[in-house]
Structure formats: C-alpha cells, structure tokens
Design a protein around this ligand. Structure first.
Ligand code: URA
Ligand code: URA
Length: 271
C-alpha cells in the first residue's frame, strides 16, 4: 500500500526538481537512495540504513534509465576502443582511455588527454595530476565512483621516442575526437561540467581564452552549467597557495550548484 504511494511522491518531487521553476534542493544520489528505500518492502521497519536487496528496489523507470545510460556509454566505448581516425595516435597508444565513473553522474570533470600513466592503465587521471584531482574530489565529499571523469582526447598525444613529458593535443586531433566526449556528456546528462584547464575549455567552447579570466565563473556548455578551473597539473607546477585556493573556491561553487551542503571545515579548507 505504502510503496506505490511513496513512489508517486518521489516521482513528483523529481519532476519539481527538474522543472527549474521551484528548484528542489536534492541531489541525484539522495533521490536514488530514496527510490531504493521506497521499493524495498523492508525499508519501513528497518530504517534508513537498510541495505536494498539486490535485484529489487528503486523506481523501475529510474533504474532502467541508469542501465540505459551505462549501455549507451558501453557502445561508445566500443567504438573508441577501435578508433583509427588519428592513425598516428592509434599506432602509438597502448590503449584508448575512455572515461571512468558513474554513468548517471551529476558532476563531470573534463581534462585534456591521457598522459603516460593513463595510457598504461587505460583510465583517466591516475598519474600525479590525477592523484591531486582525486584528492580534490574526495575533499568535496565525493568519490571517483560518484562523478564521471573524461578527457577531450581519448589517446595519448604521441611523443618522439627520446622525449619525456606530454604535448598538448593539436586542433585537428581535438576536432577529430571531440564527438566522443559530446556523446558522453549527452548520455550522462550531468548537472555540472567542470573544464580542467585551457585545452578542456577549447574543446568544449571552441575558443582559447585566458584561464585567469575564465575560471571561477559559470559558463554554459549547451544548456549545462560549465565551471572552468585550473588543471591540476598547473597546480603541481605552480605551488602558490593562492592558486590552489582558487580551485577550491571553484569547487565549492560547484558543490552549491549540485545541492551538496558545504561544511564549515570545507569552507576553511586550502588544497
Ligand atoms: N591530464 C589530463 O588532462 N588527463 C588525464 O587523464 C591525465 C592527466
Ligand atoms: N594555463 C593553462 O593552460 N591551464 C591552467 O590550468 C592554468 C593556466
């Protein structure tokens, strides 16, 4: 009796939240948890912390939605895995680096391109810059599993045999690859996209700009709010506390946008 009613209420709440007119302060993660509670018959007695039983629970429409997103991403991933559009990159890469995280993420980070560590592991942001990004995400009270992380380029930009380090993607490589990222964003439909550094901005907005002027403000990628901030590699090169603080302030603006409460401790935090 109670369960169908609760499901109706939750669906109505979700519609209000999405209508923008009267924004409801609830995150997608909380909504998912409520759905799981509503569909688990034991939830009422067992309380809020009852673990949903596998194979049941959740508004079935919402579960179907998330499963569809995962399946759609898997299809794009398959195409990326065998992509030969940039023969020079296809021949030098160890593997493509598609993206990682939650197909239903509210928050999506976009970087530049895989480096050597990412090329070796097949996962974005796992090297030194990645460790800093992971720390930023965790300080936000989130995890890599809850958000989604991808790059403008899915292949590591090739380097001469003798050279170390990375080179930025060329405009041609970016325009060849950007379609995959656009598909990822369209499938995931994040509430906020964060562009990390100038290459991500160029890929998403099609224009190069001065990071100092672009960061810390809300921009728009199609209709999705876009926050621009410094790339974690920039923070590793430029250790000034002021620049790190700026990135943290940008991330607090992001948290507010996705209705995540910010603790006093987080407010006073310096990366
Ligand atoms: N830098 C990026 O821009 N992306 C990665 O995946 C790793 C480092
Ligand atoms: N310049 C860049 O290209 N990226 C940054 O993140 C900061 C400065």
């Amino acid at each position: 009796m109670l369960q169908p009613a609760l499901s109706l209420v939750l669906e109505a709440l979700e519609k209000i939240r999405d209508s923008q007119e009267k924004p409801l302060r609830v995150s997608r993660a909380i909504l998912n948890r409520l759905f799981e509670q509503a569909a688990s018959p034991a939830a009422g007695e067992a309380g809020v912390h009852a673990a949903p039983k596998p194979g049941e629970g959740g508004s079935s429409a919402r579960k179907t939605d998330i499963a569809a997103k995962a399946a759609a991403l898997a299809q794009v991933r398959e195409r990326v895995c065998v992509c030969m559009k940039c023969p020079h990159l296809a021949h030098t890469r160890t593997q493509t680096v598609f993206g990682v995280g939650n197909p239903d993420a509210e928050l999506m980070f976009v970087g530049e391109a895989p480096g050597a560590d990412e090329d070796a592991r097949g996962e974005p942001f796992v090297g030194r810059a990645g460790q800093l990004l992971t720390r930023i995400i965790e300080t936000m009270g989130l995890s890599r599993d809850e958000v989604y992380i991808a790059n403008i380029l899915k292949c590591r930009p090739d380097m001469p045999k003798s050279a170390s380090g990375n080179r930025p993607p060329t405009p041609e490589e970016m325009s060849t690859c950007i379609g995959y990222l656009i598909e990822q964003i369209e499938i995931i439909q994040p509430r906020v996209v964060v562009a990390l550094g100038a290459t991500a901005v160029e890929g998403l907005l099609g224009a190069r700009g001065v990071m100092r002027e672009l960061r810390g403000k809300w921009h728009s990628y199609h209709d999705t709010p876009l926050m621009i901030t410094y790339h974690p590699s920039y923070l590793l090169r430029n250790q000034s506390p002021g620049e790190k603080r700026k990135v943290w302030e940008d991330m607090m603006a992001v948290l507010e946008k996705i209705d995540c409460p910010i603790s006093e401790r987080q407010r006073n935090y310096f990366l």
